[in-house]
Design a protein around this ligand. Sequence first.
Ligand SMILES: *[C@@H]1O[C@H](CO)[C@@H](O)[C@H](O)[C@H]1NC(C)=O
Ligand SMILES: *[C@@H]1O[C@H](CO)[C@@H](O)[C@H](O)[C@H]1NC(C)=O
Ligand SMILES: *[C@@H]1O[C@H](CO)[C@@H](O)[C@H](O)[C@H]1NC(C)=O
Ligand SMILES: *[C@@H]1O[C@H](CO)[C@@H](O)[C@H](O)[C@H]1NC(C)=O
Ligand SMILES: *[C@@H]1O[C@H](CO)[C@@H](O)[C@H](O)[C@H]1NC(C)=O
Ligand SMILES: *[C@@H]1O[C@H](CO)[C@@H](O)[C@H](O)[C@H]1NC(C)=O
Length: 413
Amino acid sequence: MAITGSGSLAISFSVFVISAAFLPKVDTQNLATENKSVIEGEMVTISCKVKNNDDSVIQLLNPNRQTIYFRDVRPLKDSRFQLVNFSDNELRVSLSNVSLSDEGRYVCQLYTDPPQEAYADITVLVPPGSPVIESREDVVSEGNETELTCIAMGSKPAASIRWMKGEEELTGETTVEEMYDRMFTVTSRVRFSVTKEDDGVPVDCIIDHPAVKDLLAQRHLEVLYKPEVKILVTNPKGLTREGDNLDLTCIAEGKPRPHQINWLRVEEDVPPHAVVTGSELYIENLNKSYNGTYRCVASNVVGEAYDDYILYVYDAPTTTPTPTTNPVSTQDSRAGEGAPQKIDHAVIGGVVAVVMFAILCALIVLGRYFARHKGTYFTHEAKGADDAADADTAIINAEGGHTNTDEKKEYYI
Ligand SMILES: *[C@@H]1O[C@H](CO)[C@@H](O)[C@H](O)[C@H]1NC(C)=O
Ligand SMILES: *[C@@H]1O[C@H](CO)[C@@H](O)[C@H](O)[C@H]1NC(C)=O
Ligand SMILES: *[C@@H]1O[C@H](CO)[C@@H](O)[C@H](O)[C@H]1NC(C)=O
Ligand SMILES: *[C@@H]1O[C@H](CO)[C@@H](O)[C@H](O)[C@H]1NC(C)=O
Ligand SMILES: *[C@@H]1O[C@H](CO)[C@@H](O)[C@H](O)[C@H]1NC(C)=O
Ligand SMILES: *[C@@H]1O[C@H](CO)[C@@H](O)[C@H](O)[C@H]1NC(C)=O
């Protein structure tokens, strides 16, 4: 008795568990709502949908379980709630000017037996304030490191920050700080070394947040760099010959603009009558003794740089105009070294080709000669074997075959 009693109790208990687990679920499918996200200050609609209504009363409760709407009547004295639609199948309510305190779980309730509930989680998003980029320094020298900081203030949820330098993505170091009640301030910091090419390049701090689109702050890098120097030959256009006038212009660009441009001659004095006006060097009546390296040096606060011009004075054009191998070699020392090497290779190549061809020809001729000689030799040998008239042929003959050994012996004695 006791055993069966406990058994029936267990069965009835499990039936209760099953009904508790499954029946309300079946019922809640009759009542449906959905979660929503809304940006603070905007409007959200909460909809309670009923599939098969049997005229049961429906109501909407706020997160504090106060009734907002009971059927189409609003007991709550908050005019931000307005009825959008009330029918047998739906209770739809709008909430305007949403504030952070409106966030929470709203409840749709259907007065069936047992009563049914469905939940709508309303999430309030607060966009961050306009981001601000702060820079440790206004201008940076090339090669130096710079540091930028971007702040996205007061958002819910926390924003994420990305950095772009031109087309290149930078990785920042981010810190998230909760200011108060679910509101976050995000700070991101990037550090990188700048190059001359970074001057004027925009750096973007891009904010990713569900409540905003295309929110970013931009700052253009200002990079100082040392001058870049280049010497241009204004005159003469061709070879620098004795008696010509030489006119060189020094182009120096930098940031800030180079404050000083100097001309000098490496390890020697500039010819006494040379004239320097600003970035220009002028030497009248060239002489072979002016051969040498002329250097333009420019400097600014970041540093200095130079370019060299190698002067090579050729004979005056009155003498035989020797066609020089490479006129450009006067301009640049590296070009001057590079070009003759190329010519050397070409010459070597040519010579090798000719030699190879000659060897090939010689081989062919020799081959043919030997072939022919061998032929005549054998013919002589054959003759010698037949009639040993000639002494030489007789010996050769004797060596070739053992038949005429006696004849050979005779000859040697
Ligand atoms: C609503 O969000 C809650 C978590 O906040 C989740 O458990 C639930 O399944 C969501 N409901 C719907 C209908 O997506
Ligand atoms: C309310 O919704 C029903 C269907 O759900 C629709 O037929 C009706 O026109 C809606 N009424 C209003 C006032 O929007
Ligand atoms: C929205 O609500 C805030 C307080 O939460 C109030 O200061 C503001 O005036 C309201 N705006 C409108 C348009 O009702
Ligand atoms: C760049 O860095 C050097 C040290 O590496 C420093 O002396 C200089 O002042 C820096 N220049 C600028 C513009 O910050
Ligand atoms: C070049 O200079 C030398 C002295 O340095 C001088 O003797 C010579 O006449 C000059 N040649 C010409 C073409 O001016
Ligand atoms: C200058 O260069 C020319 C090349 O044409 C050469 O003939 C001459 O000897 C050089 N003079 C000096 C002083 O090096």
